[in-house]
Design a binder for this molecule. Structure first.
Ligand SMILES: [Zn+2]
Length: 87
């Protein structure tokens, strides 16, 4: 049973927050962002000009809450979208 998916559909960004895992090293942008760190996508947030491109998601990382626009191809989704207020 696989709960992991590789993102290949930019349109998914419109639907709720996803738990994601970073698969690349982004320490040149933020020192905590090593491969394997997890975070939560932040739908609708764009922190830089890059974020206006669909292939970037804003992700709030668990390290210290830093939000970084991240290439969807660099992320693995750990959970399906959780609509706000669900459960
Ligand atoms: Zn951090």
């Amino acid at each position: 049973m696989s709960s992991q998916r590789i993102l290949d559909s930019p349109g998914m960004a419109a639907f709720g927050a996803h738990r994601v895992r970073l698969d690349v090293d982004l320490t040149r942008y933020h020192g905590h962002l090593k491969p394997g760190i997890e975070g939560t996508s932040v739908p609708g947030v764009k922190t830089t000009a890059w974020g206006y491109q669909d292939r970037f998601w804003a992700v709030r990382y668990d390290c210290c809450g830093r939000v970084m626009d991240t290439l969807t191809s660099s992320l693995t989704v750990l959970e399906e979208a959780q609509p706000h207020g669900a459960e």
